[in-house]
Design a protein around this ligand. Structure first.
Ligand SMILES: [Cu+2]
Length: 142
């Protein structure tokens, strides 16, 4: 186990205080975990931590039919393109578009993200690219 070796190495450094040792070890583990993330294909932009992830997938669909429930207020969306063509993400409530929010992913593995403030309610996620009328999903905010 690399972590055990790391720990042993720090334990042997008797010249530094335990507080410093703990901090250094913690930072090392965080770096190791960060290095482990990412997966096989790393997109240029990444989904922000804590974002609500929506994926556009082949055959003109979102990855699920219903997202949420998520808490009302500021919501950050991360939009991931797992298809090979351009898709958008807009939000509507009762056929009214939520203003100032639109995410666009142009090609495979593209990621776009952005914040929006939503009150409690049931919304529809839409891709407004012509011909993509099937790309609709429900978002529950409560
Ligand atoms: Cu689309």
């Amino acid at each position: 186990m690399p972590h055990e070796r790391l720990f042993c190495k720090f334990r042997d450094m008797s010249g530094i205080s335990s507080r410093v040792k703990t901090f250094t070890l913690g930072a090392g583990l965080v770096a190791a975990v960060a290095a482990c993330g990412g997966g096989s294909s790393a997109p240029a932009e990444t989904v922000p931590a804590g974002a609500l992830v929506v994926k556009a997938v082949p055959t003109l669909r979102f990855d699920v039919e219903k997202y949420g429930p998520v808490p009302a207020g500021d919501i950050t969306f991360g939009y991931v393109n797992e298809d090979s063509i351009r898709h958008t993400l807009i939000i509507a409530e009762d056929d009214q578009k939520v203003p100032n929010f639109k995410l666009v992913v142009n090609k495979k593995s593209d990621v776009d993200s952005g914040p929006v403030t939503l009150e409690a309610g049931t919304y529809t996620l839409i891709c407004d690219v012509p011909g993509h009328n099937n790309m609709k999903a429900t978002l529950v905010v409560e």
